[in-house]
Design a protein around this ligand. Structure first.
Ligand code: SAM
Length: 278
């Protein structure tokens, strides 16, 4: 694919030519290394002809890697200064890229990108977690509208997404990300790879959906994890006692109420939520 496309100028030159000095308020930390960007774009698997959705293309480094992989991409960018640079990519990849100028928090990603889209983004840190929670909370019928999530986060957020029971990072986000998806850290990215470098390391998380467990209502699972992890150092008999039916559900399942939330596996949370969902 790459050879059939016109050569593109280095991203550094694109940034200079369009005067795209990074804005801290917009969470702008740009990736310039095309090899690294190419490695991120293969994480979702083959993209030839597939729909894809990107949040925050910025000067278009990851965007061009996704386009080279052959995806039909919809990209939402809040910073209008980036639009001329993205228009150049539209010319280089005719018919493959649609750019929406706006706030990704307000855009209907499903409606814009279409069913089965791969979501791929180097997310702005200030909206990354709310966007992820929105995608993970989508209707699952029996799968969500998106095919996969390939998302760059600050390392600490990435660790919370993939955390296992018994670890400090294990909490509500881990349960939400793992009860009907597989979530893994696909790549660690050193802070020096970004311009400007952020204070902390980053990681690309890859999430693929699975059919949801039967009989479990997400709202009940969320209420349960909110209560249980809201007082994570307390025993369950204390932390979930305000949630109607929760102590009975623990008893019915033979779960010791003296345990603390962080010792419960995702599967056990799902079992308790299933009882609460009845
Ligand atoms: N994709 C580029 C890269 O990898 O080099 C830029 C990534 S930078 C971390 C985040 C991008 O998200 C910036 O271009 C920023 O302007 C954009 N952005 C910030 N908030 C946004 C929002 N609410 N909706 C859409 N884009 C946003």
């Amino acid at each position: 694919m790459a050879d059939s496309h016109p050569a593109l100028p280095p991203i550094r030159d694109v940034i200079a030519r369009h005067g795209l000095a990074a804005s801290k308020a917009l969470g702008q930390n740009f990736l310039l290394d095309e090899q690294l960007l190419g490695r991120i774009a293969v994480i979702p698997g083959p993209l030839e002809g597939a729909p894809a959705f990107e949040v925050g293309p910025g000067p278009g480094g990851l965007t061009r890697a996704i386009l080279r992989a052959g995806a039909r991409l919809v990209a939402v960018e809040r910073d209008d200064r980036c639009l001329p640079a993205l228009a150049e990519l539209q010319q280089a990849f005719p018919g493959q890229l649609r750019v929406i100028s706006g706030d990704a928090m307000q855009v209907d990603a499903r409606g814009e990108a279409g069913e089965g889209a791969h979501i791929i983004a180097n997310l702005p840190y200030n909206v990354g977690t709310p966007l992820l929670v929105g995608w993970l909370s989508a209707a699952w019928e029996p799968l969500p509208w998106w095919a996969s999530l390939t998302l760059m986060f600050q390392m600490e957020v990435a660790e919370r997404i993939v955390a296992k029971p018994g670890t400090d990072h294990y909490g509500r986000l881990a349960v939400l990300a793992q009860w009907r998806s597989d979530a893994r850290i696909a790549m660690k990215v050193h802070r020096s790879a970004f311009t400007p470098p952020p204070k902390v390391m980053s990681a690309v998380v890859h999430i693929t959906p699975k059919p949801a467990p039967q009989g479990v209502n997400l709202k009940h699972l969320e209420r349960l994890t909110a209560a249980a992890f809201g007082q994570r150092r307390k025993m369950l008999r204390q932390s979930v006692k305000g949630l109607p039916g929760a102590l009975d559900a623990l008893a019915a399942l033979g779960i010791d109420p003296q345990r603390r939330a962080e010792t419960l596996s995702v599967e056990v949370f799902v079992d308790v939520a299933r009882v609460l969902s009845r």
